[in-house]
Design a protein around this ligand. Structure first.
Ligand SMILES: [Zn+2]
Ligand SMILES: [Zn+2]
Length: 170
């Protein structure tokens, strides 16, 4: 009878599919429990694959809470996976921010060092000028009171110093 053979083939295909896509039940149906079979059911199949093979009624439906357990576990795992992805995104963002911060601080440090160099150069020049300035009050009042060491120090001054001092207010 072709119709029956077709039905048998379809049933075999269904069993094959349930075995591939189905979940192993912790609480087996009566048949699988009695015959120590692996009770595999797909949420849509109604019967376990073993009961489809035997053509017997399957009471796995009474363990329907197992489906909801599987579904809630699936949802929980998906939520955890989403959480793990968010954590990765946050970690990457934190890394990006930290790198940008380091780069900014590095530039600021370079500017700070450059500025310190400028300040040192300006202040050094200013102090040298102060120490070399003969009109400072700390200096002796007239040439007659200058010690030989001061005279010799003045001799060491560059010629342009004297040119500048001419224009200075007394
Ligand atoms: Zn079963
Ligand atoms: Zn069964």
């Amino acid at each position: 009878m072709p119709a029956d053979r077709n039905s048998t083939k379809r049933r075999r295909d269904l069993i094959f599919t349930i075995e591939n896509y189905g979940a192993i039940m912790v609480s087996k149906c009566s048949f699988c429990k009695a015959h120590s079979r692996v009770c595999k059911v797909h949420i849509s199949s109604g019967k376990c694959s073993e009961c489809w093979k035997q053509g017997s009624k399957c009471d796995v439906a009474v363990t329907r809470n197992e489906f909801s357990r599987l579904v809630s576990e699936k949802k929980k795992l998906e939520a955890q996976m989403l959480e793990a992805r968010k954590e990765q995104d946050a970690a990457f963002e934190a890394l990006r921010v930290a790198r940008a911060k380091e780069e900014r601080l590095s530039k600021q440090l370079a500017q700070n060092e450059k500025r310190a160099g400028e300040v040192i150069a300006v202040e050094s020049a200013a102090l040298m000028e102060l120490e070399e300035d003969p009109v400072q009050p700390a200096w002796p009042a007239g040439p007659a009171e200058l010690s030989t060491s001061v005279w010799s120090a003045m001799n060491d001054l560059p010629p342009e110093f004297w040119d500048n001092s001419v224009t200075l207010p007394s």
